[in-house]
Design a protein around this ligand. Structure first.
Ligand SMILES: NC(=O)c1ccc[n+]([C@@H]2O[C@H](COP(=O)([O-])OP(=O)(O)OC[C@H]3O[C@@H](n4cnc5c(N)ncnc54)[C@H](OP(=O)(O)O)[C@@H]3O)[C@@H](O)[C@H]2O)c1
Length: 337
């Protein structure tokens, strides 16, 4: 029996995440009958190649979404707010990469390694809009989930080292322009990013945290169904490509053995442990670049707190932090649409 193939619209197909979605759909042999690339008026007509076929970029419309089974959105929150309900009403299942619906109680927020069942309603049909979490949240919850299930997490202190590509084409171009000596008055990363580290991602909230930091708090709690989890983040932009690094300090309710933690993470889905200090082995953004997994290293007990663990995790923000997670959600729809 031949497998059903799906018509996939990609809103934001000309962006960093959208282009990575095309790569990931192809690499993972997703059953595609046709691609519908969508972007702004600026990109109308631009060619997009997929598996030997050339498509022409269109602008979003109700008519275009009525031809799609699945719509992958990665064109910012305002565009999602404008088009997600239209696409869902037109019959597509929307998988949205923006922050527009993540904390909406009626919209599931899904990481397939953590809460895959949340994307389906009680009658087994998929929700019309499924939200993809923030990149820095996704890689963290893939690691926290197995640890929480076994040792019960009380508190997480996390500091991030985030790639310029997390800010899309503009974020990447800002670094390249600065390195080429081209400077303009305004800075995409608030301050110069070349040779710098900027502890400011997204806007500051009244509580002194940035919106990026509060996304890590609120989204993690929602995905893990752990409303009381205490998470204390500091998010920092650094001039790298390849992925986001995160230094985690995790306090548990229960005791643990370090070897058991390493074994548990190594056998958990979506994780690769690279941890051998004697051989200078630990993950880096260059390690994670264009990979779909979350890499973990520097696993060690907190010297002063016996029930607390330190580790360093890295994932490609354009892949597991965005495109791969969205395609993994789409894979759960195969055979159910
Ligand atoms: N970068 C990451 O690591 C990451 C991770 C997780 C989630 N996300 C989310 O994914 C989304 C896209 O991020 P990105 O990094 O790919 O950004 P990007 O490189 O700047 O690409 C933005 C895309 O959105 C399209 N677009 C912008 N305004 C539009 C409009 N009014 N109507 C239709 N299309 C429009 C752009 O089309 P044009 O080419 O025509 O301008 C482009 O295809 C954002 O919501 C972001 O928050 C990004």
């Amino acid at each position: 029996m031949t497998q059903k193939a799906y018509s996939v619209a990609i809103l934001g197909a000309t962006g960093l995440v959208g282009r990575t979605m095309l790569d990931v759909l192809d690499e993972r042999d997703f059953p595609v009958s046709k691609i519908i690339p969508l972007a702004s008026e600026r990109s109308r007509g631009r060619e997009v190649a997929f598996r030997g076929t050339t498509y022409h970029t269109e602008v979003p419309s109700r008519d275009v979404f009525s031809q799609a089974d699945i719509a992958l959105f990665s064109a910012g929150a305002a565009t999602s707010r404008q088009w997600a309900s239209v696409a869902a009403d037109a019959g597509a299942v929307v998988i949205d990469n923006s922050s527009a619906f993540r904390m909406d109680p009626d919209v599931p927020l899904v990481v397939p390694e953590v809460n895959p069942d949340d994307m389906f309603r009680s009658d087994g049909t998929p929700a019309g809009i499924i939200a993809n979490p923030n990149c820095s949240t996704i890689q963290m919850v893939v690691v926290l989930k197995p640890l929480h299930d076994r040792y019960r997490i009380r508190r997480v202190v996390v500091s991030t080292y985030q790639s310029v590509t997390g800010k899309g084409k503009a974020g990447r171009d800002a670094l390249e322009d600065e390195l080429a000596g081209k400077t303009s008055g305004s800075h995409v990363h608030v301050h110069p990013i070349a040779f710098n580290a900027v502890p400011h991602i997204d806007v500051f909230q009244e509580n002194g945290y940035t919106k990026e930091e509060m996304k890590m708090v609120n989204e993690t709690r929602k995905i893990m169904g752990a409303d009381a989890l205490s998470i204390s983040p500091t998010t920092v932009r650094i001039p790298v490509y390849g992925g986001h690094g995160e230094a985690l300090n995790i306090e548990f309710e229960n005791e643990f053995e370090q070897d058991d933690v390493t074994g548990l993470l190594a056998e958990s889905p979506g994780i690769i442990v690279e941890d051998d200090p004697s051989d200078n082995l630990y993950p880096m953004p260059l390690t994670a670049y264009e990979k779909d997994e979350v890499f973990v290293g520097r696993i060690r007990r907190d010297y002063w707190h016996p029930r607390t663990l330190n580790m360093w995790i890295v994932a490609d923000n354009l892949r597991k932090g965005a495109a791969t997670n969205a395609v993994q959600i789409a894979e759960k729809l195969v055979g159910r649409l």
